[in-house]
Write a protein that binds this ligand. Structure first.
Ligand code: GCO
Length: 422
């Protein structure tokens, strides 16, 4: 830990998301979302945060972090995704934010972490441009209610994952398998980001950014075909979401798959941001497609690195590589790592400590190379519902016994507490 020297004003935080921890899917007027009945293991009670939020705030106070990144559940606040607001949904976040502020922690609010109101999905979901307009209305409602307490705003979490896992390959809700026909959902989410950022500012919210999932893409070989495939995958995973926001354009490779008038929306999407949030987990490997593959690339596993229990390769230097290449490509506003973490079992979680220490050392070297990074958020405070993988992967600094909902801080919790207190 001695080598992990960060500026005194560096912001240390933890992240969660509503659907992964709250439970209470039918309480106090919440409407159904696309995730409620999706997958083999429905979330059900999750970590029961809806009822135990005061315990969880006490844990964070003990941890000593400066910021808490949480998400608002759209179906709690606006059950049908448009029109009527549910005051009891707003009340929950009102109590939660008061509690977080009361212990001196800055709330960081994500407006959308994948729990789309079901009614909107039935009208086409993110394939429908209208969803972006509905999202801006919802953003204004949440901004109006909580601009006084939320210190940093993130309209959408990881639109790439929604496009690729939700609409292209169907591993995540809504489970569509449209392959490249899913790409209009990227544009509609980018538009939703821009419209929501504008709507938030109009109601007095400040400090607006992103939480985009990014991965360096490594070609399987130095051969031209593999490198071309890697460029294409890089445009899909990274450029498709970063370029419109930071450069006001789309990567050329993506344009044929986007709505014809997508470029007309770029001025709204590209408005200046106060920060750029990056979620980093691992690099991606790409190779030229084999015959008969309709896609311009094939995924290749990253070999030669240890792996987490969730089968992710552990590549800390990928974080440095990503940030340095982003700083070369874009004129970045201040950067925050809005998620980084890993799944390992057990309360004596030496491997998580090692994972975090090594990623923070990589982050430190990106900063030494000139990247302006202002904060770091561990994914996650608690073990929680890991989407289509159910409850098996454990990402928390705090262990949750799902039978009793008992919380037990892990060794990594004590380690992070020590780090953030220095
Ligand atoms: C994300 C996901 C989280 C996951 C985490 C671990 O934003 O990437 O939002 O919800 O739980 O990434 O896979």
């Amino acid at each position: 830990m001695e080598d992990l020297i960060f500026p005194a004003e560096f912001l240390w935080g933890v992240s969660t998301s509503a659907f992964q921890i709250e439970g209470a899917p039918r309480e106090d007027g919440r409407g159904p979302s696309i995730w409620d009945d999706f997958g083999e293991v429905p979330a059900g009670a999750a970590t029961d945060h809806y009822h135990r939020y005061l315990d969880d705030i006490a844990l964070m106070a003990d941890l000593g972090v400066g910021a808490y990144r949480m998400s608002f559940a759209w179906p709690r606040i606006q059950p049908g995704g448009s029109g009527k607001i549910n005051p009891r949904g707003l009340d929950f976040y009102d109590r939660l934010l008061d509690g977080v502020c009361a212990v001196g922690i800055a709330p960081v609010g994500t407006l959308y972490h994948w729990d789309l109101p079901l009614e909107l999905e039935e009208a086409g979901g993110w394939l429908n441009r209208d969803t972006a307009l509905r999202f801006a209305e919802y953003a204004a409602v949440v901004g109006e209610a909580f601009a006084d307490r939320v210190k940093m705003w993130i309209p959408l979490n990881e639109p790439m994952v929604t496009t690729v896992y939700g609409y292209a390959i169907g591993e995540y809700a809504p489970g569509r398998t449209l392959l490249l026909d899913a790409l209009p959902t990227a544009h509609h989410q980018n538009l939703a980001h821009g419209l929501a950022a504008r709507a938030l500012r109009e109601v007095g919210a400040t400090n607006i950014g992103t939480a985009n999932h990014h991965s360096p893409v490594w070609p399987a070989s130095d051969g031209e075909a593999d490198r071309a495939a890697a460029c294409w995958l890089d445009a899909l995973l990274n450029g498709l979401f970063a370029d419109p926001v930071l450069l006001g354009r789309y990567p050329d490779e993506m344009l044929p798959f986007l709505p014809a008038d997508a470029v007309d929306d770029l001025p709204v999407i590209a408005q200046p941001l106060d920060f750029y949030g990056v979620n980093y987990y691992e690099p991606q490997g790409a190779a030229a497609p084999s015959e008969g593959n309709p896609l311009p690339f094939e995924l290749r596993p990253i070999e030669g690195f240890p792996r987490t229990t969730n089968d992710s390769p552990i590549v800390p230097d990928g974080l440095r590589e990503l940030l340095v290449s982003f700083a070369e490509r874009y004129d970045l506003p201040p950067v925050y790592i809005t998620e980084n973490g890993c799944s390992f079992d057990g309360i004596c979680d030496r491997q998580r400590i090692d994972f975090l220490a090594r990623h923070l050392a990589a982050l430190r070297s990106a900063m030494d190379a000139g990247v302006d990074v202002r904060g770091f958020f561990v994914w996650s405070l608690l073990d929680n519902f890991e989407w289509s993988k159910g409850y098996a992967p454990r990402f928390g600094l705090v262990h949750v016994d799902y039978r009793t909902q008992r919380r037990t801080p892990k060794d990594s919790f004590a380690w992070y507490r020590e780090l953030v207190s220095r």
